[in-house]
Design a protein around this ligand. Structure first.
Ligand code: ZN
Length: 330
């Protein structure tokens, strides 16, 4: 019997379904005045993210205090911005099912197929119990080494995690921090099989989950195909809710490779229950657990949209702050 309620997994109310958005406008001025390091021409106009849920505004005040008294104070950057086209794309409604993928192993390999074309950013509800978000972006000035360093460095202290998305990230820890920090081990040996508990706001909903990062081939990717296509880093895995740590409820994919335009990143989030999750142990328990906490199609749609906004915001922000953090702390 799972003893938890919806508030302990995805906290939020249907009143908040309108949720977070991105205020468009002033992008060109914002970009040229504040963000000269962004490759404006690659994306065109940028927009400041000026709408944040009240919980995020309150969290920022707390996070600012914490980071100001840490060694990372000078790296705290509260200005969020995203390419305007991407923001508009996710504000035009859910993707048609012809442009989404279900979480089967076969579809993971479709996702990396150079012939496969879909929207760069978008969200959808798959079935009636799964939120889905997708993105494809470039992180200018970021390399594979920086990306790998980030995923083995930031979970050690919550103040580091806060730098990534100061208005949404609450706390972060791993089961074995000394292994995560051990420089004599490879990235994979440090991160994989080292459960990572995250606490953050996804829009107005609080997420408390444990990510089990793992080798992408164990998720269903063809490892040879990944190598042939030049993918050099993965931060992918299955996630479990902290109150129900044996039931997989999310498959998350971040696959990266170096390009002249910066690190290219493909991301996917499948949050909820779906028959194509069956290859993960205990997946059959997810539908009942989700019903019990009220995770229905309406909540799934809100979660998908907010996840898409969160992903767009945090990975563009990471691109902005990571090169200097790597320079100063790696
Ligand atoms: Zn986040």
């Amino acid at each position: 019997m799972v003893s938890m309620n919806r508030r302990s997994l995805i906290r939020g109310s249907s009143l908040a379904l309108a949720g977070a958005g991105i205020a468009l406008g002033g992008g060109t001025a914002v970009r040229s005045a504040t963000f000269p390091q962004q490759p404006g021409d690659a994306y065109g106009e940028w927009s400041a993210v000026t709408y944040l849920p009240l919980v995020s505004q309150k969290l920022y005040a707390e996070n600012e205090k914490a980071v100001r008294s840490s060694p990372y104070a000078s790296h705290l950057d509260a200005d969020l911005s995203v390419p305007s086209e991407a923001a508009k794309a996710i504000q035009s409604g859910p993707l048609d099912s012809s442009r989404t993928l279900t979480p089967s192993a076969e579809n993971l390999n479709v996702l990396i197929d150079p012939e496969y074309k879909t929207a760069e950013h978008g969200y959808a509800v798959l079935g009636d119990q799964m939120a889905y978000a997708q993105s494809h972006m470039f992180m200018p000035g970021v390399t594979t080494d920086m990306f790998k360093w980030w995923f083995t460095w930031h979970p050690i202290e919550k103040e580091r995690y806060m730098l990534w998305f100061p208005q949404a990230h609450i706390d972060n820890s791993v089961e074995d921090p000394s292994r995560l920090a051990n420089p004599s081990l490879s990235y994979e040996e440090r991160l994989y099989g080292n459960p990572n508990r995250i606490q953050e706001w996804i829009g107005p909903s609080r997420l408390d989950a444990i990510i089990h990062f793992t080798d992408p081939s164990l998720l269903g990717f063809d490892g040879d195909k990944l190598r042939k296509l030049g993918f050099t880093a993965s931060a992918s895995g299955v996630c479990y809710a902290t109150p129900a740590p044996d039931i997989p409820f999310t498959l998350m994919v971040h696959l990266a490779r170096d390009t002249p335009a910066g690190l290219e990143l493909f991301s996917r989030y499948w949050i909820g229950a779906h028959p194509d999750m069956a290859r993960f142990r205990n997946a059959e328990k997810a539908p009942g657990m989700l019903r019990q906490i009220g995770f229905n199609a309406e909540v799934a749609e809100m979660t998908a949209y907010e996840m898409s906004v969160h992903d767009l915001t945090e990975f563009n922000h990471l691109a902005r702050v990571l090169p200097a953090l790597y320079r100063d702390f790696s």
